[in-house]
Design a protein. Structure first.
Lengths: 249, 302
């Protein structure tokens, strides 16, 4: 059996006390996997991974990372614990250069390692290397996502958690982002991903969960879920879990 | 027009600029206008004065470092005063600002800083009385340096000190992990936490730097003019004008803004009379807000 990296059990979380958005969700992610969390709008997908990352108050359940209880650890300690989060929007510092965006995220690395680590990221993302002095706010949408992902990867996380990386991108960039994630997995990084763009996410994922009203209602092998009638039913009545030909809803 | 306004303006600009750095940092990182910032200047000046007195009591009279009006006791006292002012800011944050910040309404924090300002000032009047006092009563002879400009050794030393401090803060902000963390926090607080920045620590550093520079500005005013409990409060308008003129969040902008306001004030004294001096920063502030609200080095919020 492969090693369990992330183990979320019966998680309850919400911004206001007494109003849980996540209501008893359980998901697991094993080493080297890409796990996708799908679900209709308002299902609490985003809140689920934000709660895991320490950004939404947790009222019940546990989050284990490599067997260690990290439930409700402060958000700024997550990187040190091994969990790197990429928010959906505003995931770069717009007025800082590309290089400073990477450097500022290296707080847990030894200062001596930092320059070499930044070069390693440039080797993976040559587009960023060409624009290292550019203010990050001037990058294209796709390049911003690259920078956000590079910034998360730079600290050698045990698991990379992404909130709808394809949201708001044009179709060309959507496929670029998913290719990038597939490539990152090949290098051995474990990924947990929330996506509206079910088809594209299932194409690169290993396993997937369907979240409805804050609870995991269904799970399965990613490639099989696409034709699973239960999934279609869980999504808005009988509709297919795809809202278009690429772009997010 | 006499070119003396250049030196006078640079000196006023140094005091305003050092204060404006603190205003711009607290505004961009802690997200509120700290109206008690001027009183940090006054507290810094009085703390330094008290330490000078204590050193005098312990070591007797110590000769100034020629040709300056002050000796090593003032230099040592300034360093201690900077630390004391920094601790004052941290204490004020702990008991007042941090709690109100947690409630998430900036205007409450701003109003609280008004209250803190009055309390701090009254406390100084209570302890030291409102009578003006001085670091030294010695009179320095200003040296002519050409073009009708005269400057004293103290003034040269303080201009150099300002240049060193501004350069130091600029390098700290742009070249160190602490400075990058401060920039990150000012641009996106939520993302700063996500990338592993300890917000509480960065907030403490921000207070320490702001208050320490306010102390230096206060001591400069003390050396060149006089020490009064109101000395800092009267600097508020020019400091805010400088911070806004330079662009909120920009350290070089705050200093350049300070120098522009200082020069304008000094020029106005010659052209339209000293009684209009205070109006100058107000006019500049209004003009900036109308013409370019983001300031010289500011960037529009996205």
């Amino acid at each position: 059996m492969s090693q369990r990296v992330l183990d979320v059990r019966d998680l309850e979380a919400g911004y206001e006390p007494g109003v849980p958005i996540v209501r008893g969700a359980s998901i697991t992610v094993d080493k080297g996997e890409i796990v996708v969390v799908l679900g209709p709008n308002g299902a609490g997908k985003s809140s689920l991974i934000k709660a895991i990352a320490g950004l939404v108050p947790i009222t019940g359940g546990t989050v284990l990372l490599d067997g260690k209880d990290i439930t409700a650890s402060p958000a700024h300690t997550m990187v040190r614990l091994g969990l790197a989060f990429v928010p959906q929007t505003e995931n770069i510092f717009p007025l800082m250069s590309v290089e400073d965006n990477l450097r500022v995220a290296c707080g847990i690395l030894r200062p001596r390692e930092v320059p070499a680590r930044i070069e390693e990221m440039y080797a993976v993302f040559p587009d960023l290397a060409r624009q290292r002095r550019t203010a990050a706010g001037n990058l294209s949408g796709g390049q911003r996502q690259m920078l956000a992902v590079a910034r998360a990867l730079i600290v050698h996380p045990k698991v990379l958690v992404l909130d709808e990386p394809s949201a708001g991108l044009s179709p060309k960039f959507v496929s670029m982002v998913f290719e990038m994630l597939a490539g990152i997995r090949k290098s051995g990084v474990t990924i947990l991903l929330v996506e509206q763009n079910a088809k594209a996410a299932l194409a690169i994922g290993d396993r997937a969960y369907v979240l409805v009203e804050g609870k995991d209602r269904h799970q399965g092998i990613a490639s099989e879920l696409w034709n699973d009638p239960v999934v279609a039913e869980l999504y808005l009545g009988q509709r297919r879990p795809d809202f278009g030909k690429g772009g997010a809803a | 027009m006499n070119l003396q306004f250049v030196v006078d303006g640079l000196l006023a600009g140094s005091m305003i600029g050092l204060g404006a750095i603190g205003v711009t940092l607290t505004y961009s990182i802690l997200r509120f206008s700290n109206f008690a910032h001027g009183d940090f200047m006054a507290w810094g000046a009085y703390a330094t004065l008290a330490v000078v007195g204590a050193i005098g009591a312990m070591f007797g009279k110590i000769a100034p470092i020629a040709p300056l009006s002050f000796g090593w006791p003032l230099i040592a006292a300034l360093i201690i005063g900077m630390a004391v002012t920094g601790l004052l800011a941290l204490a004020l944050d702990l008991v007042l600002f941090a709690r109100l910040r947690a409630k998430g309404q900036a205007i409450i924090v701003v109003m609280a800083s008004f209250g803190a300002s009055m309390a701090l000032r009254s406390l100084l009047e209570f302890i030291f009385t409102s009578r003006p006092t001085y670091f030294s009563r010695a009179i320095q002879i200003a040296m002519p340096v050409g073009f009708g400009i005269r400057i004293t050794p103290d003034q040269i030393a303080l201009l150099l000190l300002t240049a060193v401090l501004v350069l130091g803060v600029h390098l700290l902000m742009t070249r160190t992990q602490t400075g990058r963390s401060m920039q990150a926090l000012s641009q996106n607080a939520a993302l700063a936490r996500i990338v592993g920045i300890d917000v509480a620590k960065v907030v403490r550093v921000t207070w320490l730097i702001s208050a320490a520079l306010a102390c230096v500005a206060g001591v400069m005013i003390g050396i060149l003019i006089q020490i009064r409990p109101f000395m800092g409060f009267e600097m508020l308008l020019p400091m805010f004008a400088a911070a806004i003129l330079g662009g909120i969040g920009s350290v070089p902008g705050a200093v350049l803004g300070g120098v522009i306001i200082g020069m304008a004030e000094a020029g106005a004294v010659q052209l339209i009379g000293a009684e209009w001096r205070a109006a100058v920063s107000f006019v500049i502030l209004m003009a900036v807000l109308f013409v370019r609200p983001v300031g010289l080095f500011g960037v529009r919020e996205r």
